[in-house]
Design a protein around this ligand. Sequence first.
Ligand code: GDP
Ligand code: MG
Length: 755
Amino acid sequence: MKNFALAGNPNSGKTTLFNSLTGATAHVGNWPGVTVDKREGQYKKLEEVVNIVDLPGIYSLSPYTPEEVISRNYILDEKPDCVINIVDATNLERNLYLTTQLLEIDVPVVVALNMSDVMRKSGDKINVSELSKKLGVPVVEISALKEENLDLLMTEAYEASKVKRVGKTIIENKDLSHLIKDVVIAFKGKGVENPLFHAIKLVEKDEIETSNHPDLIGMVEEFKNTFEDDTFGNDFEALIADTRYKYISKNYSTAISKNPANLDSNHQKVTKSDKIDKVLTHRIWAIPIFIVIMFIIFHVTFSEDILFMHRIFGLNITNPTAINFFTGMGYEGMLEEAGGIAADVALEGVPSIGVFLQSWFGWATGSLIDLVGGAMPEGTWYTSLICDGILTGLDAVLSFIPQILILFLFIAILEDSGYMARVAFILDRAFRKFGLSGKAFIPMLSGFGCSVPAIMATRTLENEKEKNRTIRLMTCFSCGAKAPIWALLGAIGTWAGMDGGLFVFSIYVGGIAVAIVLALFMKLFSKDTYVSPFIMELPSYHLPQFRNVMAHLWEKLKHYLTKAATIIAACTIVIWFLSNFSWAFWNGMVEDIGDSILADLGRGLRYFYYPLGCFENGWTNGPDSWKYTSSIITGLIAKEDVVATMEQLGLTVETIALNGAAAYSFAVYNLFTLPCFAAIGAAHGEQKGKEFWLTLLFWFAMSYGISLVVYFVGELYVVALWAGILVTIVLIGLVVAAGIIVSRRHKKAEITVQA
Ligand code: GDP
Ligand code: MG
């Protein structure tokens, strides 16, 4: 079996090509860090099966980032039969920088000129045969997205893999070439493979080579003493980089002919994307636009009063049939007694598509459970286990599928269109002041999906401290599994004039605000405030591809369903047991759930959480309090379990009796507290020893503290909305003030350095 590796810059389309070739549905993302590990699949259309490896995106083969090290080691150590170098044809010159380094390795290389569809549209042309002649390797024009020329690419790569190729360099600086040749000879003498590549890296004084070949570094040092370049002195790394760029623009640019219409007065390329970016990444409007987009998404997914038709325009729907249609309510009893319509249900406003679908989906699964329950003997323990335990828990989890799918549909569209990459960019500009780079923000953005991959993505941060900070802030970004909690609390009622959509929106925005403030404090109190440089190229906007969006949704749904079927189901059984048996479980099931083991555990914990909801209608006050504390326990297993447990214990939209402050306090606690075990495991993988335990402590202290503040402020002002607004204003004020202080300090520091 042959082994081909895909190597190229981030966003050049490696993962898209990988998916098209192997039929896989790996995640296609628009920002660095999406592919940190390599991924493998098979291409079967040649006479021989070819194993394909999708390497992480890199700009060079230097050893500065984990991506670079992974890709470099793979190519050097695993010796693939061919390296397919994906090059973004719309950005040829910058992409070829990596190509010039790949060509120095003794490995067959084929260049895939990707995005040829975009190039064609723009009217630019690349002379493929000229480029191929100059590079000395085959070049194939492809479109990974439109699946054009992929078989041709694979045939070329297959042919190339049959022939041995010796590395070649474009470095032509006379003196340097001399030195490189000498080092190559020395390497050959030592029997080192890929002598040319290693020689050049050693001349660049790359850390890996220097530590591997300390005996040869003397040669380079000696040469350095006799050498001085006009611009770069004896910084060989910079000199070599410059040589590459100069060579590329001198020799390869002639292969491109640009459409004159794409050049503005400065002969810069102006594309449609640039025009869109003028608006979406505008200095002032970018963040408001982002907030509006997020608001619309949450409104359409979670609001019970779409366009605020009830609240603002006073719309009331009183026609029972219409109500039943919109809510799925009133049909609930239909299976038993036809026509059992609850005529007194008054619907205030029209529900959003998310709420609408959820009602109907909930009605369907609910009816199914009734059907199963009706067919089983009454009063036995196994009927109880299946109906009250497994099915009820599953129902709670499943009923949120419509809303989760709609939310992720929007996110997938934003991601695939290229907008999410802008969001990272916009936020980088703003957050740099608070000690976070756009690079750190990328894992955080993924945190809205699932904390597990998000925490794993912090691997792309070079600085240990920045990485720790990022992991600790992760729970500020509400992961998908927490969405059911917000949806449930949002559905309870209108507190202080808020509806479900606003409530959910405020949770998400509040989380971000807290993250900003905490990041700032961490920066103020940390001695080491190094922030990774943010290098990212913004992909051009394009219409989201149906296939990508669906693949993304399917991935999320599969993830959710697998969890529902395994961990959550198992947990539900345990919870069923704990809630149906007393400590003397041999006596059989308890009549009243209040006598159960779970109730006792919850009651014990209640004292611990008491301050977070101790007044009237608070969650630690009253007979239901142990149910809330119990669901916090099960939430550790999976965040979906919080709602599943609440439902199982009888806390539903109809029965939850919390006021606004208490609901916020409970929500906020669940938002910031320890994530599920899987995410805790991921954090353990990224952090060692003390740092990991500090992270756990941080999560716990943060959630307890913020929840306490929210509850007391909320109770004090009674109207939770106003409390929320106030807190937000104070937070923003703090951020701005601290931002000013920090930037002043910075300026001072700069001045002192200069002086
Ligand atoms: P990677 O970072 O190299 O793995 O790049 P991805 O595969 O994640 O692709 C980055 C973006 O470019 C995605 O939005 C893709 O849909 C898009 N893309 C990839 N290949 C093509 C192509 O041939 N044509 C066009 N128009 N877009 C592409
Ligand atoms: Mg990728």
